[in-house]
Design a protein around this ligand. Sequence first.
Ligand code: ZN
Length: 254
Amino acid sequence: MIVKSEAIVLRTMKYRETSRIATLYTKEIGKISVIAKGARDGRSRLGGALQPMNQVGVLFYMKESRDLQLLTQCDIARSFPGLTTDLDRMAAAMAAVELTDAVTPPEEANHRLFDLLSSTLDAVNGATKQPGNALYYFELHLLGIIGFRPDMRICANCRKAVDRPPGGIGVHMTANGILCPECSGKGLGLEVLSPSALAVLQRLQETGDPASATRMVLDPRVRGEIAGVLRRFLLGHVEGLRTLRSEAVFSSIL
Ligand SMILES: [Zn+2]
């Protein structure tokens, strides 16, 4: 079967003298591995577009019994030249791509996830203030797509509305979300989320656009808090997810 699809390149590796193997997140089939024969030959049309974080239009032969599909065409569909201009952008974009790879089983299409990743890369690419905030948006909405949406306005234990942190002291959290004052009183949550971090998470959850996240200017303390909370949610729900390779690289640089 010949498949035509849009795809985001998750990772690539060299194969033999001139070929390349790539993992693609395709819109139509989900995650697949492809071999691009001769892609590292300078004259190849396949090679130029087949780079991590590129959104491409691909054509490949799909054979169910095969782990590696044969890529025959690959062209840039949407280019994100800004992703590699600074470390903040690169770290956020690489983490989003790596998380997509970590949460997706092979050959399971999910248009919402494809669109989330694509719009997140686009937001990081075009960000003028804080590109890294798009990753928080991505992580929060990713949790929803994989079935673990932490509702930032409803108690995870009794489902009662938690509109505003009582007395400006913050809310207690569990692995699944926030707690109302009564449920926190029962000692169910240990970690406390500050009112400012909660307000940002509520905004991120309610906006439908990662670009608006990059226009928010958050102080480093709130960013640290949000990054930590989101990562703990993900670690709690995604089996086998540990430190992201991209984060290990960037934390040693930054
Ligand atoms: Zn409650």
